[in-house]
Design a protein around this ligand. Sequence first.
Ligand code: NAD
Length: 355
Amino acid sequence: MRFSHETLVVRHGRRTEFPIIVALHSTILGPAVGGCRVRHYDDFQAAIEDALMLAEAMTYKAAVVDNGTGGGKSVACVPVDWSGFQSPDARTALFLDIAEIVDGFGGSYHVAPDVGSTADDMAVIARRTPHVAGLPLLFGGAGGTSHGTAIGLFAALKLAASKLFVSHDLAGLTVAVQGLGGVGSALLALLAHAKASVVATDLDQSKREMVEKSGARWVDAEAIAGQSCDILAPCALGGVLDGPTVAGLNCKLIVGAANNQLAHPEIEQAILARGITYVPDFVANAGGLAYSSGIEIHRLSAAASAKRVEDRIRGVLERAFEMQELGISLTKAAYRIAEDRLRAGGFTGPPAAFG
Ligand code: NAD
C-alpha cells in the first residue's frame, strides 16, 4: 500500500464504536478538504486504502484549480446492517462521532459530504466543529456540492467545445448525458438554456418526464454511450469508459462529472486513438470542491464563488489544451499543472499515483 501522506488516523467513534479513518495527504497549499464516505467494507484494509487513495486525489483536484486547499478524506466503516440509513438517532450519533474526530485536527482538515453522507449530516457535524464544508444553505453553506460541480462541468464543456467545434456556443451541438442525479439534472437544465440538442438517460425511469419536459430526447441507459453526438457527458458512475464502450463511442469529445471515468489509465490511449478528446474528470468535476470552498473557506459570495469556479476551470483547460499541442494528453497536462503548483508550494512527496 502506497503511503505518501502527512497523516493517517484511525479512531473508534465514542458513541458508535465504529472505526473512523481520516487520511490527510497534503496541507501544503491549504487545509485539507475532502468528503466523509460512509459505507460498509468487508475488509478493513480496503477502507484504509480507499481513504488514502481518495485523499491523494483530493490534493490534485484542489491543486489543479488552485483552490487554496489541500487533500484529505475520511471514511466511516459502518456495519452491513447499520440502522443509520433509516434511523435519525443512529445517524446523529455517527456524525457527532465524526465531528469530534474532525475537530481534533484543529482546522487542518475540513470534512464535506461524500457517498453516504449529505449536507444535512454536515449540519450535525457543525454542532461540534466549525471545520465542515458542504453545509445546507440555511447554515450559510453552499447547499451541497452538485450545484458547484454542474457550474464547473458546464464551463469545462463550453471551453472544450470551443476548441473542437467551429461554433462558439453550444446551440446546434448534440450532447449525450448519462446519469441525471444532482449534477446531471443541473447540467440538463444548463444545456437546455444554451439551446444544445440533448439526449439523456438514467437507470431511474422516473427521470424520463424531466428529460422530455426540458425538450431533450430520452434513450435507454444501455444506448447512451453509443449515441451519435458531439459530446458525451458521463455523470453516473465511474469506470464507464472500458474497452467495449470505447470501441462503440460515436462522439468527438468526452466531458463529464463522474469520478474515475477511465476503467484503467491506459484506456485513455484507446480513446485518443479513435480521435476523441477526453477532458480529465478531476478537472471537469472540480467545481463542487471549488464552489463550496469559495463560500465556506474563502468566504466569497455565491456569485463570486461561481465566477471563481468558471475562471479556474477555464484557465486550467486553456493551459492543458496548449500543452496538448506539445504531444501530451489533457490528463497528463492537468497532472503536470497540479504537480507544478504543489512543488512550488514545497511539496516533496512522490508524483501522483494515478497521473
Ligand atoms: P447522484 O447519485 O445524485 O446521481 C447519479 C445518477 O446516475 C443517479 O440518478 C443514478 O440512477 C444514475 N445512474 C447510475 N448508473 C447509471 C447508468 N449505468 N446509466 C444511467 N444512469 C445511471 O450523483 P451526482 O451527485 O449527480 O454525481 C454524479 C457523478 O459525479 C458521480 O460519479 C459522482 O461521484 C461524481 N461527482 C459528483 C460531485 C458532486 O458534487 N455531486 C462532485 C464530483 C464528482
